[in-house]
Design a protein around this ligand. Structure first.
Ligand SMILES: NC(=O)C1=CN([C@@H]2O[C@H](COP(=O)(O)OP(=O)(O)OC[C@H]3O[C@@H](n4cnc5c(N)ncnc54)[C@H](OP(=O)(O)O)[C@@H]3O)[C@@H](O)[C@H]2O)C=CC1
Ligand SMILES: CC(=O)N[C@@H](CCC(=O)OP(=O)(O)O)C(=O)O
Length: 340
């Protein structure tokens, strides 16, 4: 049994993570942290967990955490993660970071898109990008996992087969993505206040969303045999639903393409990946909600390739993939605990 710590236990991603780990035969949650003064019980923070966990939150303390846990899941906002990772790695605690702090390999690109200087160069070097479908071999020995973002997982999984096989142009790929409101986290903000977002559908951060360089970086790596960098046009939207990401992606083929051949390519590309379902119908967020699946299909429309993909932002986009990474790091079958 592996002792686990949940750092930032009061948030939405943590709630899902705790729910999954409570059913995991190889994990025991021994530490939960929060900055709240009164040491709240986890089930007081998340009433849906009532009767399932008997643990109170405590302030973050690396020494006390390392006495009880071999791995820490960090569900903190970006910049808060990089402030604690070194203290955990020095104590030999393995880290799965759900924030964006270790996903971009270049500190300057991080500063350009996040508006903060990166303060942990050692961690940036050590981090492994935790998208098992693409980096399964690198994850088992990793000390620090950069868990991918929710929009990014959807977009990267949707495009990886086309990029790896060099079937589409690498610039001018349009990713039109929509997210449910839980994607913005639990802390209240004006844009996610009920009267602002209910019955409303809006785009945001057009041309400057911080997931753009993450998608570019990973897809460029996926297609590195062919050299040219990938540059996507990524437009996120907020939709008035609780959870789910849906991406409609348009790419220009480099030569003639046939829809059923593309579907075969996707099936073959993901045949070892239990959480990617290549479907022939048009997927919907309801079909992947509360699961660790990413559902993908592909169409050819008037000479363009159109890929449609969706997943649950809190599970396959955050906590579920974090548990996939935990499984690979600690020698469990990748699907353990994830038959949701
Ligand atoms: N929501 C989603 O769909 C996804 C989220 N992520 C990432 O996962 C991480 C967690 O997201 P989510 O659960 O949605 O966020 P929430 O806002 O719901 O929770 C974050 C938690 O972190 C703690 N926290 C906030 N600020 C600080 C700080 N400065 N220092 C220490 N702790 C802090 C808070 O706990 P307290 O106040 O009790 O200390 C808070 O509950 C984020 O990095 C997010 O980008 C990734 C993919 C998808
Ligand atoms: C709806 C909404 O606001 N979504 C968040 C992204 C979700 C998330 O937190 O993902 P990362 O960890 O990858 O940043 C946003 O656009 O910033």
């Amino acid at each position: 049994m592996t002792g686990v710590a949940i750092v930032g236990a009061s948030g939405y991603a943590s709630r899902e993570l705790i729910r999954i780990l409570l059913n995991h035969p190889g994990a025991e949650i021994r530490v939960a942290t929060s900055r709240q003064d009164d040491s709240p019980r986890v089930d007081a923070l998340h009433p849906s967990l009532a009767g399932r966990i008997d643990l109170a939150c405590e302030p973050f303390d690396a020494d006390r955490l390392a006495e009880r846990a071999r791995v820490a899941f960090l569900a903190l906002p970006h910049t808060a993660s990089m402030a604690v990772v070194a203290s955990l790695r020095e104590r030999n605690v393995r880290v799965i970071d759900l924030s964006a702090d270790y996903r971009l390999t270049d500190a300057q690109i991080y500063a350009d898109w996040y508006g903060h200087t990166h303060t942990d160069a050692v961690g940036l070097k050590e981090a492994v990008y935790g998208l098992p479908e693409l980096y399964r071999e690198s994850i088992p020995p990793a000390g620090l996992i950069a868990n991918p973002g929710c929009y990014t997982s959807t977009s990267i999984l949707a495009l990886a087969p086309l990029i790896r096989e060099n079937l589409v142009e690498r610039t001018g790929i349009v990713i039109d993505a929509k997210s449910g409101v839980s994607g913005a986290g639990r802390s209240p903000k004006l844009s996610t206040h009920f009267p602002e977002c209910n019955e409303s559908f809006s785009a945001y951060n057009v041309g400057k969303h911080r997931h753009t360089p993450e998608i570019d970086q990973v897809l460029t790596d996926v297609g590195c045999a062919q050299g040219d960098p990938v540059e996507v046009i990524f437009t996120p939207h907020l939709v008035p639903m609780d959870r789910g990401i849906f991406a409609t992606i348009y790419a220009t083929p480099r030569g003639p393409v046939v829809e059923h051949d593309l579907l075969d390519l996707y099936r073959s590309f993901y045949k070892q990946s239990p959480f990617v379902r290549v479907v022939s119908h048009l997927p919907a967020t309801k079909e992947s909600a509360f699961t660790n699946y990413c559902d993908i299909t592909v169409r050819v429309v008037r000479g363009k390739v159109v890929v449609l993909a969706c997943l649950d932002n809190l599970i396959k986009g955050a906590s579920g993939v974090a548990v996939q990474n935990f499984n690979l790091m600690f020698g469990h079958p990748e699907t353990t605990g994830l038959a949701l």
